[in-house]
Every structure is written in C-alpha cells, then in structure tokens.
Design a protein around this ligand. Structure first.
Ligand SMILES: Nc1ncnc2c1ncn2[C@@H]1O[C@H](COP(=O)(O)OP(=O)(O)OP(=O)(O)O)[C@@H](O)[C@H]1O
Ligand SMILES: [Mg+2]
Length: 251
C-alpha cells in the first residue's frame, strides 16, 4: 500500500474535490486506487460513488469490529471508495479511541490489494488527533492551500514554515495551490511567489475552474467529463507526479 493523506490548515479549500479527481486521474493512468473518507460529512462518496447509499462506512465497521473492506463501494472509473458512512456520536468517538496507530495502520493496509495500490485519504480540516495519526503513517502528505490572503498568511508559521523550507527537510510533504485565478492580481502574485520561492515543495497548481464544481454537482469528476478543461489538465499533471513518486523502482 502507498498511503497518500490529503489535508489542509483551513476548511473549504478543495481537499475532497482534489482527492476525488486525483483518484480518478490515477486510475486512468492505470493505478489501483482506494479513496477513504475520514470526514463524517461523507462528501467523498457523493463525488465518487453518488449512486451508492449504503450506510455502512469505516466508522460503523470500526465500532462493530468489521473489516473496512465491508464498507467498500465501487466508484467512477474503478476507483474503490471507503466512505465514512453513517455513525452515531458514540460510534464516532469510539472510532477515535480504537484507531490508535497499529489498528489504524492495519485497517488501512487491509484495503489495498497489492503493494503498489494507492490508498488516498480525505480528512477534516485542521490538526486533530486522527489527522496526526494518519500523517504519521503516510508515505506522502499533500497539503492544500488556496491562492488567497487567508491561506498565504498561514504559510510562514504553518508547521514551522515547512511549505517554504528545502525538500530535504521533509521530502514526503507537498503543497497544492488550489483555485489559482490569473484574472485576479492577488491570486497571480501568490502563484508567482510560490513558483519563485517554493516551486519544489508544491507538487502543482490547480486553477480556479467552474468545470470542477459543475462536474461535482453532477457527481462526476472533471478528468472524466471535461478532460480538456484547465482543472483536469492541472489535476492530471499532479496525478502524473504522484504516479511517478509512488511507483516501485528507480524514478
Ligand atoms: N479549483 C477549483 N475551482 C473551482 N471550484 C473549486 C476548485 N476546487 C474546489 N472548488 C469548489 O470549492 C468548494 C469546496 O471544495 P471541497 O468541498 O472539495 O473543499 P474541502 O476542503 O473538502 O472542504 P471541507 O474542509 O469542508 O471538507 C466546492 O464547491 C468545490 O466544487
Ligand atoms: Mg472535504
């Protein structure tokens, strides 16, 4: 299993959208992919497998001692989806108690069918306990930031300024700058700043593109329905880098 954890310091920045679209783009590049939702809002299932309404997800499986594979539903382009599912407050709290490092690691590993399968995880915003545990197990960490003043104000202090530090310090952590809009001066300036000072640390930029939200509203991925759109091209570029970084053997 190759574990990729997607997180962000702030909410609403596009994590779920990117997890869903990256999962489909990686599948289209021939990788086996399981997308796991650690957010009780269950947004990932809606994007990747809108026709499945199963209540069973990883939360209830954990609470009942069932394997997470029981929760898997099939999503777009053969992406497998492990939804968070329905859960009572007690089940949610139990999940946090039960999933300490070894149990979490085993539960995630049980989802992969081959050593090179990508398990990509969507998380809640911020830095909770579960987030910390997931990141401790991750092979690759993707941090989503918006090209806006709010996200950029966090950059110098977020994780000790990691997003501006040399790759040698944390070679497993990459940023994604989302919703870059060249029509807006601030957005353009931020994208230029990142490309001048942190090009290596950022695995890619995703432009603001209505096609993403439109595809999402229909429960589709932009790489599937609008492959020539700006966002689909950006996301496929990131998927290509992820594919290369997580393939066995010399790169
Ligand atoms: N590059 C983009 N261009 C246009 N719209 C985008 C882009 N990325 C995300 N969006 C839109 O932004 C909104 C928030 O995205 P999303 O739900 O993926 O964020 P999130 O980080 O998962 O939020 P939360 O923290 O609540 O889980 C959605 O309406 C999505 O369609
Ligand atoms: Mg989300």
């Amino acid at each position: 299993m190759v574990l990729v954890v997607v997180s962000s310091p702030k909410g609403g920045v596009g994590k779920t959208t990117l997890v869903a679209n990256l999962a489909v783009a990686l599948r289209r590049r021939g990788r086996n992919v399981t997308a796991v939702d650690f957010d009780s809002q269950n947004a990932l299932r809606f994007l990747l497998a809108p026709n499945h309404e199963s209540e069973l997800g990883i939360a209830r499986c954990t609470a009942r001692g069932l394997p997470w594979s029981d929760a898997i539903v099939s999503g777009q382009d053969g992406v497998r989806v492990a939804p968070y599912g329905e859960a009572t407050t007690a089940e949610r709290l139990l999940m946090k108690d039960v999933l300490v490092e070894k149990a979490l690691s085993e539960a995630l590993a049980s989802l992969a069918r081959s050593p090179d399968e990508i398990v990509i995880v969507d998380t809640t915003p911020g830095e909770g306990r579960m987030q910390e545990r997931l990141e401790a197990l991750a092979d690759l960490k993707l941090i989503v930031l918006l090209a806006d003043a709010g996200s950029m104000a966090l950059v110098p202090t977020y994780r000790g300024g990691l997003m501006l530090r040399p790759m040698a310090e944390r070679p497993d952590t990459f940023g994604i700058l989302n919703q870059v809009d060249p029509r807006r001066r601030l957005s353009r300036d931020i994208a230029d700043f990142i490309s001048a000072h942190a090009a290596e640390r950022f695995i890619g930029v995703v432009h603001y593109d209505e096609a993403l939200a439109e595809a999402a509203a229909r429960g589709e991925s932009v790489v599937g329905v609008a492959p020539g759109s700006v966002a689909a091209i950006d996301i496929d570029g990131i998927a290509a880098s992820l594919d290369r970084l997580t393939s066995p053997g010399p790169y």
